[in-house]
Design a protein around this ligand. Structure first.
Ligand code: IMP
Length: 199
């Protein structure tokens, strides 16, 4: 069975991507279990960071690697936290600290101006010096709630209300989120272009 390294240390994303990739029948290995430390996310775009994470994992393991880079863009904050979503409140900030800072920055912003979106880019390389990496993107529009609600999911899920819903993502089931998320959209696009050599 084809082995692929998943270049993420984020448990929430691991869970989502593994569920989404299950139908392919590949064996997904976590980079941490192969002794690969997280790459420094030095890129200024989701594309650059997804690619550098996949290349880093492929270079160390010699295996094909899949990485995603994702984040939340809030319109009234000019797209912040964006590529810095995981580090919004500081280099080693927790999900709770990032979320608290976001709500603080949005304190006086009325509901109609709290529009936001999750963005995800997934990169797949079959080898570290892959000449033609595959990149796919997904976007999920919504708004930021006035206060956290629900206890599921991870990251900004307790404050993100997808367009057309009245519930935060932390109140959604994992299965419902996986069916339509920014990550699912990007992966579905990638699967359509999935290389025959990796089946
Ligand atoms: P990175 O892609 O590992 O750099 O980090 C992405 C960060 O964006 C996560 O740590 C979360 O803070 C946030 N994020 C991305 N996708 C989601 C999601 O589906 N729900 C909640 N937060 C997310």
């Amino acid at each position: 069975m084809q082995r692929i390294v998943l270049a993420t240390g984020n448990v929430g994303k691991q869970r989502e991507l593994s569920a989404l990739l299950a139908p392919l029948g590949c064996t997904l290995l976590l980079q941490r279990d192969l002794g690969v430390a997280a790459a420094d996310e030095t890129g200024s775009t989701f594309e650059a960071n997804a690619l550098l994470k996949a290349q880093h994992a492929a270079a160390i393991t010699g295996l094909p690697a899949l990485a995603d880079d994702s984040g939340l863009e809030v319109d009234v904050l000019a797209g912040a936290p964006g590529v810095r979503s995981a580090r919004y409140a500081g280099e080693h900030a927790s999900d709770g600290e990032n979320l608290a800072l976001l709500l603080q920055r949005l304190q006086d912003v009325p509901p109609a101006q709290r529009t936001a979106r999750f963005r995800c880019v997934i990169a797949l390389v079959t080898q570290a010096d892959e000449p033609q990496p595959l990149l796919a993107a997904g976007v999920w529009e919504g708004h930021i709630a006035l206060a956290p609600q629900g206890d599921g999911g991870f990251g900004y899920d307790p404050v993100f209300v997808p367009a057309g819903s009245t519930l935060t993502l932390a109140q959604w089931s994992a299965a419902d989120k996986n069916a339509v998320s920014h990550r699912a959209q990007a992966l579905q696009q990638l699967l359509q272009r999935w290389p025959g050599s990796l089946r």
